[in-house]
Ligand binder design. Structure first.
Ligand code: SF4
Length: 423
């Protein structure tokens, strides 16, 4: 199973290449020496990760062609936005019309959207976000795999099940061989082209050791690697980049410094943000965002979180509910939809596993409210339940095959192509 469509290189300008996918042009960053016009490539997360022989590319494209256009038609149909809907106030209607025209919304307008509880207005908000996602980013949907290789953490964040002081949970670390074989299986058997390596902030895994793992993985596979191992500092980030990682997943959790310090045992939000900024400045794709439903969190604060995510130049937005006593589904959907309105042309917005745990229909609902990215858990099953950051986490019992099957069924029913076609 393949989660990327090969594209043909039609222009090369320095490190930026233009790639053609069935007539649609996208750009991607290239680090492959000797890439030529006319080459076929796979791009993931905006990076060219692999060239492929023409014959193989043509074969894959042939199998995709009909499906690609069929899916796009379904997506266009499902993302139409009714001009008027009964029950929507004039003021909300005007704000959403302005957003649909691609105009930037003011802070008070965004806040007005976050504060509405009116079902008709929420419906129109989600449809507008979905319309914008389709208009600017078409129907591609990132499908990344995630491998949780250690649940040890030296921190003690109050909301987190794997915090240091939780003595009830069983701790684990995958051996290097187990990590490599999980990667081999994800890439070779299932066709993943982007993987997240995730752990708590585990002192047994300093940046040097993670870098060693990445080097070996990059030697074996053409795959885009994201790291999600907590704060490693600029030097650590540089080592991981040098080893071949190209994405960092590091949520700031909340833009409110006081709230952050309460959650993170007095740590400073600024330090966290510096890590995210360093990641961006080193050339990483940044995946960041916050928590929804923290005690004392207001819509104002949540809006600040969304705006901060954009300010941090995030490639991917990740907002998840605080669990187990999560917020209402609609609050999460509002955050996803407003994120889309704030960053309509670029954002890859993730439906988080946390949201899927809160609401079994989260993926469908999120993808219809502006989101365009999902993650599948490819951690070996025997460890998956142990990464217990909150109770009853979704997908801890499903095999990778089962997750792929249900994801593809859902994506196809919504007209989405499980691909990642550049920036
Ligand atoms: S939230 Fe992250 S840093 Fe905090 S305890 Fe959990 S894994 Fe560790």
């Amino acid at each position: 199973m393949c989660y990327a469509i090969p594209g043909k290189v039609t222009a090369i300008k320095g490190k930026t290449v233009t790639v053609d996918y069935f007539g649609e042009k996208k750009t991607a960053i290239n680090e492959i020496v000797n890439l030529k016009l006319g080459d076929y490539i796979y791009a993931q997360g905006g990076y060219v990760i692999q060239t492929i022989p023409e014959r193989e590319a043509v074969e894959v494209l042939e199998t995709w062609k009909e499906l690609f256009f069929e899916l796009r038609e379904t997506d266009v149909r499902l993302s139409r936005r009714p001009a008027e809907e009964t029950g929507v106030s004039k003021s909300i209607s005007l704000i959403l019309d302005k957003a649909a025209e691609g105009r930037e919304l003011k802070r008070e307008e965004l806040l007005r959207l976050l504060l509405t509880e009116n079902p008709a207005e929420l419906d129109q908000l989600y449809k507008t976000a979905n319309f914008l996602r389709q208009k600017y980013l078409s129907n591609s949907c990132c499908v990344h795999g995630i491998i949780e290789f250690s649940n040890y953490c030296k921190h003690d964040c109050t909301y987190c099940g794997i915090r240091r002081s939780n003595s009830i949970i069983k701790r684990y670390r995958l051996t290097d061989e187990e990590i490599f074989s999980a990667v081999d299986e994800a890439v070779e058997k299932h066709g993943f082209k982007a993987l997240v390596l995730q752990s708590g902030e585990d002192p047994e895994y300093p940046a040097e050791r993670v870098a060693g793992l990445i080097k070996e993985i990059k030697k074996r596979h053409a795959v885009l690697i994201f790291v999600s191992v907590g704060e490693v500092g600029r030097e650590g980030l540089a080592k991981l980049y040098e080893a071949g990682a190209r994405g960092v997943l590091l949520r700031f959790e909340t833009s409110d410094p006081k709230l952050y310090a309460n959650l993170h045992c007095g740590d400073e939000l600024e330090d966290r943000l510096q890590d995210v900024r360093d990641a961006y400045s080193l050339g990483y794709l940044v995946l960041t965002g916050g928590l929804i439903g923290l005690p004392g969190q207001t819509e104002e604060s949540l809006l600040n979180d969304i705006l901060l995510t954009k300010e941090l130049k995030a490639e991917m937005y990740s907002f998840g509910p605080v669990l187990p006593d999560g917020p209402k589904t609609d609050l999460v959907l509002k955050i996803l939809a407003v994120s889309r309105l704030v960053d309509p042309k670029n954002a890859k917005i993730v439906v988080t596993t946390g949201f899927e745990t809160l609401d079994p229909e989260a993926r469908r609902k999120g993808l219809l409210a502006g989101a365009n990215s999902v993650m599948l858990n490819v951690t070996p099953l025997k460890y998956r339940k142990l990464y217990d950051i909150y109770p009853n986490r979704a997908h801890t019992e499903e095999t990778i095959e089962e997750q792929i099957k249900s994801t593809l069924e859902l994506l196809y029913s919504l007209g989405r192509a499980p691909t990642d076609l550049g920036i």
